[in-house]
Design a protein around this ligand. Structure first.
Ligand SMILES: Cc1cc2nc3c(=O)[nH]c(=O)nc-3n(C[C@H](O)[C@H](O)[C@H](O)COP(=O)(O)OP(=O)(O)OC[C@H]3O[C@@H](n4cnc5c(N)ncnc54)[C@H](O)[C@@H]3O)c2cc1C
Length: 487
């Protein structure tokens, strides 16, 4: 196999997978109104790789000459990291919006696993072989690969016990074909992806005991596997018009409650099993690479905030006010703050334990927290700059009603902006900031790469504070260091 076309991608989803949404079982996923828009987006991404204007940016070659997606080749130089950034920006700009869970943002988890290979090999040599096989396979078969970490947890005291052996996903059987797993995961894009890297989300395996071993498993799961049920949440883009909801109707990424009802995972797809140590290690390094692609999305979101705010204040002449300029500057500071972190993370990139090139970890994780924690304030500032029309403007069908056209023209048109054009900008701003889709997006961003407290832990764990300790020791003339086990 080689690069997939959009048509092949659409067809590949007809594999008998069990997908439920809005009270129905979906039969033709690619044509279903809730899934078609985002499947079209992913299909467009596949097709872009064949176009002359994009192919050198979006593809690269493996050692044996096979052409693969640029997104799927692990970085070994700083130039590779820059190429990944160019890849993401090129795709998002062609699409005209921000999509997150489309493959490139999740594949980095496999490279984190690659970095752990030597340790995993010591535990069991077959794991390392399977990791290599899957990293190669995703690239060669151009698979849409997503990420499954989070179990619906419920009562924490029953996670590892209970009537059915616990609520966390776990192994219920081992046989000559593979392991059989039961449990559930929340997973964006699972219903229209090819495969997921499934692993535990629990951080603390220290209390480890034999009882926890069935839960300590990681594997690649085919999204069409028998026994797998995709139970999807309602789309926020269906039954809406493109003019009124220009983002939700195109870029709605559907989340799935994925049920594993005795799903067989063939041995070649098992990446670790009954290994508490592997489970703990993988958790702590999971976003080493994927955090870069994720934060790049936040950068584009910041660009959209600036564009929306500027066009709105410019059309009414408010840009002449210094106070308004200062507010725009705040948005620019935000945007450039994210940009600076990402740029510096590449400039100061580090060699990973597995010999790959990883973005500077401290700068990457602080950049991710900076982008995420400031987003609500920046969205609010943009709301303020757009003004109340963001929330009170009638929809396009009403605006276009001939019976009221003269009022719309009189009260909505301003200088060169017709009422229709102003409406379009306000609808875009609404979908970026205020619609159900916008709210969902903010929650997605908050949690999609682990919750905020875990993101702060990544900052803490990846900052080497010895220089700061030493500065104070020297300046305060303190006695030589006492070994520190904790900051
Ligand atoms: C839109 C959306 C899409 C998602 N997509 C995916 C996906 O594709 N793949 C995937 O695996 N997951 C996905 N998730 C799940 C996401 O990763 C989890 O929601 C997240 O990890 C938090 O887990 P939880 O929801 O079980 O919350 P809980 O674990 O119940 O935590 C809730 C809150 O409790 C507090 N808390 C809990 N534990 C601690 C602690 N140890 N220290 C301090 N505070 C704590 C925090 O404030 C935390 O935010 C998605 C979530 C959303 C909302």
């Amino acid at each position: 196999m080689a690069l997939m076309t959009g048509k092949q991608y659409r067809e590949s989803l007809n594999d008998g997978r069990e997908v439920y949404i809005d009270g129905e079982r979906v039969t033709n996923l690619a044509e279903h109104p809730s899934f078609k828009p985002i499947i079209d987006v992913k299909a467009r991404m596949y097709d872009m790789a064949f176009e002359d204007q994009y192919k050198d940016i979006l593809t690269t070659t493996l050692e044996d000459g096979e052409r693969v997606s640029r997104a799927y080749q692990a970085p070994t130089t700083k130039e590779d990291l820059t190429a990944i950034r160019t890849h993401v920006e090129t795709v998002l700009d062609d699409l005209g919006g921000v999509v997150y869970r489309v493959g490139d943002e999740t594949i980095g988890e496999m490279w984190s696993l690659y970095d752990a290979k030597d340790r995993l090999k010591e535990i069991d040599p077959t794991y390392a072989k399977n990791i290599d096989y899957h990293i190669d396979r995703v690239a060669r078969e151009d698979l849409f690969h997503v990420s499954a970490n989070t179990d619906p947890k419920g009562d924490r005291s029953k996670l590892f016990s209970g009537k059915d052996g616990g609520t966390l996903l776990h192994v219920v059987e081992e046989n000559d074909k593979g392991i059989v797993v039961t449990g559930a995961k929340f997973e964006t894009a699972a219903a229209y992806a090819h495969q997921a890297f499934v692993k535990p989300t629990i951080l603390d395996w220290n209390a480890g005991s034999e009882k926890m071993a069935p839960f300590a498993c990681g594997f690649i799961c085919d999204m069409g596997s028998p026994g797998l049920k995709h139970i999807c949440r309602t789309s926020l883009g269906t039954n809406k018009t493109e003019t009124d909801y220009p983002i939700a109707t195109k870029f709605e990424e559907i989340d799935t409650l994925l049920i594993f009802d005795n799903v067989l995972i063939p041995w070649e797809n098992v990446l670790f099993h009954r290994s508490l140590e592997s489970a703990a290690y993988i958790r702590s390094t999971l976003h080493r690479y994927s955090g870069f692609n994720y934060t790049l999305r936040m950068l584009r979101r910041a660009d959209y905030l600036i564009g929306v705010a500027l066009l709105n204040v410019e059309q009414t002449g408010l840009t002449q006010l210094q106070a308004v300029k200062e507010k725009i500057s705040e948005l620019i500071n935000y945007r450039e703050g994210i940009n600076a972190h990402l740029t510096a993370a590449v400039a100061n990139a580090e060699i990973s334990p597995g010999g790959l090139m990883m973005p500077n970890q401290s700068l990457l994780y602080t950049g991710r927290v900076f982008a995420l924690s400031n987003f609500p304030a920046m969205a609010h500032l943009t709301r303020e700059l757009v003004g109340g029309q963001l929330a009170v403007t009638p929809d396009s069908a009403t605006m276009a009603d001939p019976a009221i056209q003269e009022y719309m023209d009189k009260y909505y048109s301003v200088s060169e902006w017709s009422a229709e054009e102003r409406g379009k900008l306000l609808y875009f701003a609404r979908d970026l900031l205020n619609s159900s889709y916008a709210g969902h997006r903010t929650t997605f961003e908050l949690f999609a790469q682990s919750p905020p407290f875990a993101q702060q832990m990544a900052v803490f764990n990846n900052f080497n504070a010895e220089a700061q300790r030493e500065l104070v020791r020297k300046a305060a003339d303190l006695k030589p260091a006492v070994p520190v086990t904790n900051l």
